[in-house]
Design a binder for this molecule. Structure first.
Ligand SMILES: [Zn+2]
Length: 334
C-alpha cells in the first residue's frame, strides 16, 4: 500500500532538463514539477497513471493513494486516473491537489473536481497542494468539502522550509482523517496520519522528518518515485538508522502496516513474493524481492510476475509515446 503517490510523475523520467539548476526546494517545485503539471493533458494523465499502476502491481503494491495536479486539465482528471488503475487491476484513492497558484478560478476548479469525483461515488479524499500555495479561504473550503463527503484532506504539510508555517494555518482545520504528507518542518502537533516519504525527502534535500518522534500514526509513501513499498520500507529503515543507531526495522515496518488503516479493503489482497521470509529484519537487508503473484479483490491480476489484465509491453510503448508528446509541450513552457 502506497500512502502518497503522484501517478502523473511516471512519465517525468527522462524529461528535458530544467532551464537552470534548482538550488532550493522551491526551485525544484517551480522549475520541475510546476512546469510538468501545466503540460499535462488527459492523454498524458491516462498513460502516466497506467504506467504507474502497472509498476505498482509489478512491485506487489495493490493499493495507491494518489495526489494529482494538472491545472490545464482539471475536470475529469480523477476519473481518468481511477479508470487507468481499475484497468490494470490496482486499487486507487484519488485526490485533486487544490491550489491558488493559478488564481481563484483554478482553486474553484480543483475543489469542483474533488467534489464531482466524490459525489459520483469515487474513492478518494479532498486534495490540497499545500498551505503555502493556498489562501485560508481555500483551505477552509477544502476542509469543509472533505467533512461534507465524510472523508479527509490529503495535503503536503511543511515539506520544505517554504511551508514551515503550515502548522498554524492548518491547526483550526485538521482532523483525524487527514493525510499530512511529509511533515518535515511541522512545528506543532496536528491530528491526522503523517505520510513519510523518505526517498523523496532525501531527493529534495529538505531534511529528515523524524517520524518516529511524532505522536501521530505514520504511513509510508513514495511521493511519485514508483510504488515499490518494500524498497521504500528499506530506505525508511536506513534513513531512520542513520539518524538513530538504536532504530530497528520494526519501526519502518509498522509505518508500512499503517497503510492498511488508510485502505482497509486492501487487507484481503494476497501477494506471493520471490523471497520466503516476511519479517522486517530479513526484508530490511534483502534487496530485489519481487512480487510473483497478486490477488486483488479476489482476482489474480499478477501471475508469475506478469499482469493478467493488461499487456505491459503495450502500456510501456504507449506511455513512451505519450511522454514524447508531453516533453514537446514542456519545451514550450517557460
Ligand atoms: Zn507529494
Amino acid at each position: 500500500m502506497c500512502a502518497h503517490h503522484h501517478l502523473y510523475s511516471a512519465l517525468a523520467r527522462g524529461m528535458p532538463a530544467p532551464p537552470r539548476t534548482p538550488r532550493s526546494f522551491l526551485d525544484i517545485l517551480e522549475l520541475i514539477w510546476w512546469r510538468l503539471d501545466r503540460a499535462l493533458d488527459l492523454d498524458a494523465i491516462e498513460w502516466s497513471a497506467k504506467l504507474g499502476a502497472l509498476e505498482a502491481l509489478e512491485s506487489g503494491t495493490t493499493a495507491i493513494i494518489d495526489h494529482h495536479e494538472s491545472p490545464n486539465a482539471i475536470e475529469g482528471a480523477l476519473d481518468v486516473i481511477a479508470a487507468a488503475c481499475a484497468e490494470v487491476g490496482v486499487r486507487a484513492d484519488c485526490a485533486y491537489g487544490v491550489t491558488d497558484r493559478h488564481g481563484p478560478a483554478g482553486a474553484a476548479a480543483g475543489l469542483a473536481e474533488n467534489d464531482r469525483f466524490l459525489r459520483a461515488g469515487g474513492r478518494g479524499r479532498v486534495g490540497v497542494h499545500a498551505a503555502f500555495t493556498c489562501s485560508q479561504a481555500t483551505l477552509e473550503a477544502a476542509a469543509g468539502l472533505a467533512a461534507d463527503h465524510n472523508t479527509g484532506v490529503h495535503i503536503h504539510v511543511a515539506e520544505g522550509p517554504d511551508d514551515a508555517g503550515a502548522g498554524d494555518r492548518l491547526a483550526p482545520l485538521a482532523a483525524d482523517g487527514w493525510l499530512l504528507v511529509h511533515a518535515v518542518h511541522l512545528d506543532q502537533e496536528l491530528p491526522g496520519t503523517i505520510v513519510h516519504n523518505p526517498r523523496s525527502n532525501m531527493n529534495n534535500a529538505v531534511g529528515y522528518a523524524r517520524p518516529a518522534a511524532r505522536p501521530n500514526p505514520v504511513a509510508l509513501g513514495t511521493d511519485g518515485i514508483g510504488a515499490d513499498m518494500l524498497d521504500e520500507f528499506r530506505v525508511a529503515y536506513a534513513r531512520h538508522r542513520e539518524d538513530d543507531v538504536t532504530a530497528t526495522p520494526e519501526a519502518a515496518w509498522g509505518w508500512l502496516e499503517t497503510g492498511w488503516e488508510l485502505f482497509p479493503e486492501a487487507r484481503t489482497d494476497v501477494v506471493r513474493w520471490s523471497y520466503g521470509a516476511t519479517d522486517p529484519w530479513s526484508l530490511a537487508f534483502t534487496t530485489g524481492v519481487r512480487a510473483l503473484d497478486a490477488v486483488i479483490d479476489g482476482e489474480a491480476v499478477l501471475r508469475g510476475g506478469r499482469p493478467t489484465r493488461v499487456d505491459p509491453d503495450e502500456i510501456r510503448a504507449k506511455a513512451a509515446e505519450a511522454a514524447a508528446r508531453l516533453f514537446a509541450r514542456l519545451d514550450e513552457i517557460p
